[in-house]
Design a protein around this ligand. Structure first.
Ligand code: NAP
Length: 217
């Protein structure tokens, strides 16, 4: 626990002022401009004071494919977010052992920050659609406002219906992000095929991938 506290940025020091903390949750394998635009637009739309980029730790829910080492995903997140003073790359999930559930992350953040800090969990709408089945979903609903980022043309009605049927009191804000036409899957595929990924993510991230031979096989 002490280790987590050291890694979290200091906000909410003025108890008389509401402070809004965005938590950008994703596997980030790799991080790309779609993620960065999402965080920036969420920050602006919801007046967030800071956005923590939190690469998922041990994503046991991803059984379909191997996920790149957490240190590599974190390093790329640091590189991509370094220039923005409102963004902070966090090791909070990757340093926790075992499966890292969002409910647990939010509980630890809630315990760490004073009450004037409000939590906003930002992720892709494709992930949010399953949120009612996530571990301890009711705690997620009570601890954070959700910001669901959609790609253009995405139909939010299915997600809305599932959430409504769950009977849980989720507060979900949907934001459409044209830049989310970029996807990590597409970037991995392009690298594997030797195609250009220039302008899909930052030069620093591309350099890191090349240097460490990520996604080539
Ligand atoms: P995913 O299923 O790999 O992603 C679903 C879709 O959302 C993909 O199209 C993905 O695009 C997009 N996406 C993911 N993160 C995004 C973000 N921050 N902003 C915009 N689009 C995003 O989802 P995931 O990345 O594994 O998980 C998303 C978050 O949900 C993580 O924080 C994870 O820990 C959490 N989660 C928790 C549980 C649980 O507690 N039981 C279960 C599942 C997920 P890209 O591939 O291009 O990113």
């Amino acid at each position: 626990m002490a280790r987590h506290e050291i890694q979290l940025p200091d906000i909410g020091g003025d108890p008389g002022r509401e402070c809004r903390l965005g938590i950008m949750g994703g596997t980030f394998d790799p991080i790309h401009y779609g993620h960065l635009v999402t965080a920036e637009q969420a920050r602006e739309a919801l007046a967030l004071d800071l956005v923590l980029f939190m690469p998922a730790g041990n994503p046991a829910f991803k059984q379909d494919r191997p996920v790149t080492d957490a240190e590599d995903r974190y390093a790329m997140t640091v590189l991509a977010t370094a220039a923005n003073p409102s963004f902070y790359a966090s090791r909070f999930e990757i340093d926790r052992s075992g499966v890292t559930y969002t409910a647990e992350t939010l509980k630890l953040l809630r315990a760490h920050y004073p009450d004037n800090v409000k939590l906003y969990f930002i992720t892709g709408a494709d992930a949010i659609i399953d949120i009612v089945t996530w571990h301890d979903a009711s705690s997620i609903a009570s601890l954070a406002t959700l910001i669901a980022a959609t790609r253009p043309g995405y139909d939010i009605s299915q997600a809305q219906a599932r959430i409504a049927q769950s009977g849980l009191d989720f507060d979900v804000r949907y934001i459409q992000i044209p830049a989310l036409a970029i996807s990590s899957t597409n970037i991995r595929d392009r690298v594997r095929l030797g195609k250009s990924i220039r302008y899909l993510t930052s030069e620093s991230v591309i350099g890191y991938m090349r240097k460490n031979r990520l996604y080539t096989v």
